[in-house]
Design a protein around this ligand. Sequence first.
Ligand SMILES: Nc1nc2c(c(=O)[nH]1)N[C@H]1C(S)=C(S)[C@@H](COP(=O)(O)OP(=O)(O)OC[C@H]3O[C@@H](n4cnc5c(=O)[nH]c(N)nc54)[C@H](O)[C@@H]3O)O[C@H]1N2
Ligand SMILES: Nc1nc2c(c(=O)[nH]1)N[C@H]1C(S)=C(S)[C@@H](COP(=O)(O)OP(=O)(O)OC[C@H]3O[C@@H](n4cnc5c(=O)[nH]c(N)nc54)[C@H](O)[C@@H]3O)O[C@H]1N2
Ligand SMILES: [Mo]
Length: 778
Amino acid sequence: MAKASKAKIETYKQPAGGWGALKYVAMNLVKEHVADGKGLRTLLSQNQPDGFDCPGCAWPDREHTSTFEFCENGVKAVAAEATAKRVTKEFFAQHTVAELMKQSDFELEDHGRLTSPMVYDAASDKYVPIEWPAAYALMASHLNALRDPNEADFYVSGRASNEAAFLLQVFVRQFGTNNFPDCSNMCHEPTSVGLPETVGVGKGTVLLDDFDECDTLLLFGQNPGTNHPRMMGELRECAKRGATIVSINPLKERGLQRFADPQSPVEMLTMGSTRISSMFIHPTLGGDLALLKGVAKRVIELDDAARLTGAERVVDTTFVAEHTAGFEAFADDLRKEGWSDIVEESGVSREDIEKLSQVYVKGKAVIATWGMGLTQHKHAVATIQMLSNLMLLRGNIGRPGAGLCPVRGHSNVQGDRTVGIDEKPTDAFLDRLESVFGFKAPREHGHDVVGSVQAMLRGETKVFIALGGNFAMATPDTPRTFDALRSCNLTVHITTKLNRSHLVHGKEALILPTLGRTEIDKQVAGAQGVTVEDSMSMVHISYGINKPASPDCMSETAIVAHLAEATMKHRNNGKQLPWLWYAEDYSRIRDAIEQVYDAFKGYNERIAHPGGFHLGVASRDRVWKTSTGKANFLVHAIPMDTPIHQARRKYGERLMTLMTTRSHDQYNTTIYGMDDRYRGVFGQRRVVFANRQDLDMLGLKAGEWVDITSVWEDGIERRADGFLLVEYDIPRGCLGSYYPETNPLVPLESFAIKARTPTSKSIPVLLQRAVVQHAQAA
Ligand SMILES: Nc1nc2c(c(=O)[nH]1)N[C@H]1C(S)=C(S)[C@@H](COP(=O)(O)OP(=O)(O)OC[C@H]3O[C@@H](n4cnc5c(=O)[nH]c(N)nc54)[C@H](O)[C@@H]3O)O[C@H]1N2
Ligand SMILES: Nc1nc2c(c(=O)[nH]1)N[C@H]1C(S)=C(S)[C@@H](COP(=O)(O)OP(=O)(O)OC[C@H]3O[C@@H](n4cnc5c(=O)[nH]c(N)nc54)[C@H](O)[C@@H]3O)O[C@H]1N2
Ligand SMILES: [Mo]
């Protein structure tokens, strides 16, 4: 077992990446017992044309090139899956669920890969073995006993392949529901909801090649040094070429400051590094809408001045005239907007807004990227639309080196959505599905994540089946989510590793062990590859190379096919789609996908090309699939009465806004280790970052322990106790802490307008000195 760090808080002076990354790679390989030849072989196959797609993030690869793309956190994701540790039947025989509940999330996952299908036995409070056919029969009997198919929810986490996800949605829709809560609901949903109204497509418009041509990059609310380390390679190249990089983030994240490329012998040997951002703008949490309005207002001011003096226009008038609608109303709204509200609500000085505006108007090819810092807020949809507005002002969409670049999370979260995991399917899609498969698809929209928990709490959802993920820990309002899951008649997890969702189970429960992407997936027609779509709409194939974790693990696709077969054979007088036939050879599923979606034409041939193919994004080609047939400028007021404003009126400056983010040593709810070294946190996770002046104002000191309570007036007490205060360079009134420990603080009913994404980056909270002061960190 790798040695855990001692609990300490210590400024990290190294650049992101570099030798620090190599050290942690080695530590993780040792921890997972994969530091032998097999471990190395696994890593060398990552993101290779004939290897597997990294199960980490959704950042694309350069043509899946021959050099091994090095990324510390990709290695951690692979090592976590390729681990030599196993959770066996004997393990379950030794532990009751109540005992396992006492273990931390880190400990649960650290037991290793699940090896056998297990069923919950209430008499002993243990999971006991079950044969696969009996597991399918149990699920089928529950599903077929429902009065209404809408009493079942099918959760999908973004690692599932296109093949498994597509087959699942065909089955579930034939079964009769659109209940597809999906990790995307908690993630980039505001992007997927916001962009179609402005530019017609809910996806990014850039490709990696655009990073070669851009001269300006605006990075909003993301931490690529930790969450998309392969993006750092691109940023480094851009910086070296002299592109201007601005980071818009309440925190000065290490990876946004300096990066040493572990693949650059020069940087490694000379201990050198590359400066990434040349400018930092630190908005207050949720302040981006006001900030973006401020920058757009400045662009209009400069343009108005240019028009008066006859100088070159600042707005790209040709583009605006030819391609957009709503410009005049938008510009008028900006002219009327007051600077004091912009400055107050963004938390950014007029001077900094001016500087950012200058950078923006100087850029000839601007790329704007964003992550969870924009999406997990009440006004996320409006914020993303305002960013799109800003980009439209100077024609920065659909031009080489310029465009919108939402940076997705899970490696196939975008693909899952593309192939039909969508609780709000369009009629056009359902019509097509019906004509290809010959059944009537349900039209009523289904549950998203928030809707799913609410339906369980109302006692309406009886069966919950999850294809991956960790619903119990990823969702808001943890105690209520626990109650919700426990109210189900059956909960099922198709999963690689043990996590808390398996322990917070329904009256009956199954754990079904599945293959990871690194493993050989052998079916009747031979070893199968699966396809995934990255954040830039590139679709490619991935082949596992490792021996399966256990002979009893089944592929996700096969599990879905058997579930469908077992359930549907009792319906339609036994007339069935050939579920098992699809799972014999995944190219048959891809043929079916191609029949439903024109964009996948020639699917099987096109994935044979190394690097795969681009799905096509109309807005990239300046084809606007909106109601006006143009790119729309959309007016949005600066919100002045959010739950944060309301709570602040009541509690004054003591009211803090809390963001919940990832540490460097975790993959969402999977905790790899206890360090967040770029932020200087070692050996612990229960910390809260606060501004020095706020600490003084509250009469608190760094090193003290605090309890956190939410301010949300619905009669439910929300608290998370025992966090170490860490003084940090964070704007006043803002706090930062890690997810999932802080999810008990996020109210289920606090979500983004239109997108219903939980507001995990803007929770109104109060701090109290903890009753128990733990031993202080060294
Ligand atoms: N190693 C690793 N890789 C991952 C993941 C992981 O957990 N570990 N998770 C994957 C997933 S599913 C996702 S969605 C992505 C997440 O990747 P990110 O989008 O980087 O997610 P977070 O860690 O939540 O960090 C959000 C960033 O936004 C900033 N921020 C917070 N609030 C605001 C705000 O109001 N305005 C602005 N401008 N900035 C703000 C925070 O300071 C932080 O730097 O990463 C993916 N990749
Ligand atoms: N407070 C707060 N909450 C958040 C967020 C936040 O920033 N703050 N972020 C949100 C975001 S962006 C997201 S995407 C969600 C993530 O929510 P989820 O996607 O539900 O969570 P993960 O932690 O990614 O899921 C990890 C589990 O997936 C399983 N798994 C891993 N690989 C595979 C595989 O190949 N196949 C299968 N079948 N299972 C596998 C393992 O059992 C592992 O325990 O959380 C959201 N919740
Ligand atoms: Mo995500």
